[in-house]
Design a protein around this ligand. Sequence first.
Ligand SMILES: Cc1cc2nc3c(=O)[nH]c(=O)nc-3n(C[C@H](O)[C@H](O)[C@H](O)COP(=O)(O)OP(=O)(O)OC[C@H]3O[C@@H](n4cnc5c(N)ncnc54)[C@H](O)[C@@H]3O)c2cc1C
Length: 495
Amino acid sequence: MNRREFGQGVLVGVPGLLGSSFVGASRAEEDKPPLRNSPEGEVYLEPAKKLPVHRFDVVIAGGGTAGVVAALAAAAQGANTALIETKGYTGGTVTEGGTALHSFYNLWKAFPGVEKRQVVKGFAQKIIDRLLQVGGCTGHAEMEKGFDYDSVCTAIDTELYKLVTLEMLAEAGVSLYLNTTVVAAIREGSRIQGVITESRAGREAFFAHSFVDCTAYGDVAAYAGAAFTEPNDYAVCNSIGLANVDVEKYYEFLQSHDALTQLARGIRSGKPDQIVRLEGTLVRLPEEFRREAAAIGLSTVTTTVHDNYFMFLKINLRLPVSPTNRDAVTAAEIELRRRQLRAVELFRKFVPGCEKAFIARTAPRLNIRRARCIRCDYDIPREDILEARHFEDEVFVYGFHDMAPRYKIKNGGTYGFPYRALLVKGLDNLWCAGMMITSDFVAHMSTRNTVCCMGQGQAAGTAAALCALKGYHSRNLPYALLRETLEKDDVIFVS
Ligand SMILES: Cc1cc2nc3c(=O)[nH]c(=O)nc-3n(C[C@H](O)[C@H](O)[C@H](O)COP(=O)(O)OP(=O)(O)OC[C@H]3O[C@@H](n4cnc5c(N)ncnc54)[C@H](O)[C@@H]3O)c2cc1C
């Protein structure tokens, strides 16, 4: 294609430029860089490129909480699977944002007489098993205090989580593309043919039968033209890992102010029955601590897998606009890092044993609780969750709500997660999994949690693989086949 042909092609998709003189331009104009004025300001007409093509059965975009599990599940069915992740490691927000993995269990402790049941297993539990082997997890530690919020605390070593999941993906035969970002979708009618990526290898195209969007932001769905909203109804956050601290002394500090609200004991530095989770109520803490913590959005909850380390301290910030706004996020990144220093100074000053604490880990960029909310065939309402409803197309069950004790799943039970909630509306071969689904805020406060995202990942990855290998349309995949496959891979179905 010569430059004139390229210019004609680009002009079709840029209505604001149709009045420009690009078509039929003089030779002198052709030699200039393709800069033009448009109603949006000055624009550059990017030359078309020939992109190398990779072909797979299944492409998973985003190797975070849901994406890792989706890729493991797809590969387990024998699908030729690619996982494309923009960062240099896997794990996403589970390694960057939260304190513990909520939750593998029902909320039995809050309901006297209700039986303790592990309700999520599958690949999520396999990751925990591997972490336990290398000293990277507390185990499912029972909550001694605050158990009307969650009955267990499953905390992880964030760095070992990255390594363990990378190893599991490699062993499963998943083709990993790290430091590679999905930047566009190639859509024909109601199917996605491919996604376009950028990395230091240049721009590339990944074609597949099935795609799973696990980018948290719903990038693939949005680029493919799916409907979405941007509610901007949560704070963003950049959590820190605080080292050179004394876990027992933090416990005593909270106790001395009669402020302790959460406590769990589990495996820490290889020893059982150690404190692994603590939270205090700010209202009982010294006035200066309370005011400064509130000012910087600092939460007192922390978990740990190591003796002298607080694995996560959350520092929150409300954005004026949705976190898809690059410029607002840039300002927030700077402000959050200022707040991180103020948080360390607060701990150094007030909490015994933390006098020489320092920041050992931050997230590489701020974390979101949600940005885009992608429209799917079914939008889970809060009633389904709170009333513990089950469905004929459910693909796993779940029993945690992040607003407990105010909102709990009825009778300490579970709700079923419907398959149709994973199908992106209007697209035939795109599933999504993770924080990007469920528009009702109260319902989202359950579905966005890590273990639920992992359950969604397993279901979406499995379905995507079965459709690719057996030629089913996503909406005609026989439920009996999907369920049998999920059960084979240790997914539990209990009510
Ligand atoms: C501050 C905070 C605290 C939380 N606390 C808890 C808690 O204590 N317990 C709990 O259970 N849950 C908690 N949550 C919720 C939970 O951690 C998240 O909702 C969940 O981890 C989201 O999983 P995900 O797979 O949707 O997204 P992620 O885990 O973020 O995965 C998305 C992945 O996609 C990648 N990606 C994004 N865009 C692209 C692209 N265009 N191309 C390629 N890759 C891309 C990202 O790098 C990332 O790895 C918390 C969340 C936050 C933000």
